[in-house]
Design a protein around this ligand. Structure first.
Ligand code: SF4
Length: 356
């Protein structure tokens, strides 16, 4: 484990995670080849302290697998994960233990992530007990109250004795966030943190995460909601079938998307003024199976701009559009192809949020 002062908080390089597909008894007897779901297939990105990076994509694109692999909840099949400059890719569970308090995961469903038998105070205190932090009971209680206040449950005395069923969905998610914050982590991974919540409380939770980001935490947010990413994240990485196909500042990716897939996503975000928004671009076909990744550009069966070469060339991320923006498309730099199909850099831009 090497250390590098001044490195980004998190660096992920060429991460690969596969799930083997069961062949079944008959498949094994028949000697059918072993197949894998290519959930993360060469993912690279970095995250700084005080930054929020949103990984955006459809269900099944591999974004949650990527997040869980980064947290070492799933073993990677390849690539590197560095946390604060140290390589954590192959650390044992025991070696990971002291790092776990610095890397916390916020789950999608606060109804499931909280134990209904635990009072709020017990839930938030539990990580301190597990990690042997906080000293005495009084010391732990003080940290619990501080974490609750930090998560917006104020005054904390109103909440410590309550059970989850006595709380709203938004309050439960705040308890889950408080349980993450109580260990004073430097990285939060938020997996669809508001998708199970009423629309009325989503903004409050997202504002809370934005405040934590401003306070210096690095936040990796997993979402299928491009508008949420555009509004709250500093940078966006768009995933398709196990790969990042575009990454850049949230503003640039949404205003000047360079990859045809990102353009299609942006085009279906409802505009405040339908007369000025881009023409909605409906992609043909279903997302291919992650077991059988199409050859060449994996997006080519659905890409409205595909050319013959796309069936054989597997494009890698390269600079495109704004500063720091990259896209994995062979037509990047040949925008006449993209513009001819509509939705190119000169095309009208989306201005209002919506789901993909
Ligand atoms: Fe479409 Fe070809 Fe670009 Fe892939 S490489 S996104 S198929 S134009």
């Amino acid at each position: 484990m090497s250390s590098d002062a001044g490195a980004p908080l998190l660096e992920v390089e060429d991460l690969v995670t596969r799930y083997p597909v069961s062949r079944g008894l008959m498949g094994t007897i028949a000697g059918r080849p072993r197949l894998n779901v290519h959930a993360a297939d060469g993912i690279s990105f970095s995250l700084r302290s005080g930054e929020m990076l949103a990984i955006v994509g459809e269900s099944g694109c591999g974004k949650t697998t990527t997040a869980q692999t980064v947290m070492r909840m799933i073993e990677p099949d390849g690539g590197r994960i560095r946390f604060r400059g140290s390589d954590i890719t192959t650390l044992s569970h025991r070696q990971m233990r002291p790092l776990r308090r610095q890397m916390q995961l916020i789950y999608q469903d606060p109804y499931e992530s909280l134990d209904p038998r635990f009072r709020v105070g017990d839930t938030v205190e539990e990580p301190l007990i597990i990690h042997g932090e906080g000293g005495t009971k009084d010391g732990r209680d003080k940290l619990v109250r501080e974490a609750l206040e930090r998560a917006g449950l104020s005054p904390s005395e109103l909440y410590v004795e309550r059970y989850p069923h006595e709380l709203s969905g938004g309050q439960r998610q705040r308890v889950a966030i408080a349980a993450s914050l109580v260990l004073n982590p430097s990285l939060l991974v938020a997996d669809e943190p508001v998708s199970m919540l009423d629309v009325s409380v989503r903004a409050g939770i997202l504002d809370l995460l934005a405040g934590l980001r401003r306070a210096g935490l690095g936040i990796l947010m997993i979402t299928h909601d491009l508008s949420t990413a555009a509004h709250y994240a500093d940078r966006i990485a768009v995933m398709y079938l196990g790969r990042i196909v575009e990454i850049g500042s949230a503003k640039e990716v949404v205003r000047r998307p360079q990859h045809p897939y990102t353009r299609a996503l942006v085009s279906v975000v409802p505009s405040r003024d339908p007369r000025t928004g881009p023409r909605p671009q409906l992609l043909k076909g279903e997302t291919p199976n992650a077991v059988h990744i199409p050859p060449g550009c994996r997006f080519h069966p659905r890409c409205p701009q595909a050319i013959e070469e796309c069936k054989s060339v597997d494009p890698q991320l390269r600079p495109a559009g704004g500063e720091g923006q990259e896209a994995a498309c062979i037509l990047v730099g040949h925008n006449e192809h993209l513009d001819a199909e509509g939705g190119g850099p000169g095309a009208p831009t989306a201005t209002a949020p919506g789901r993909i």
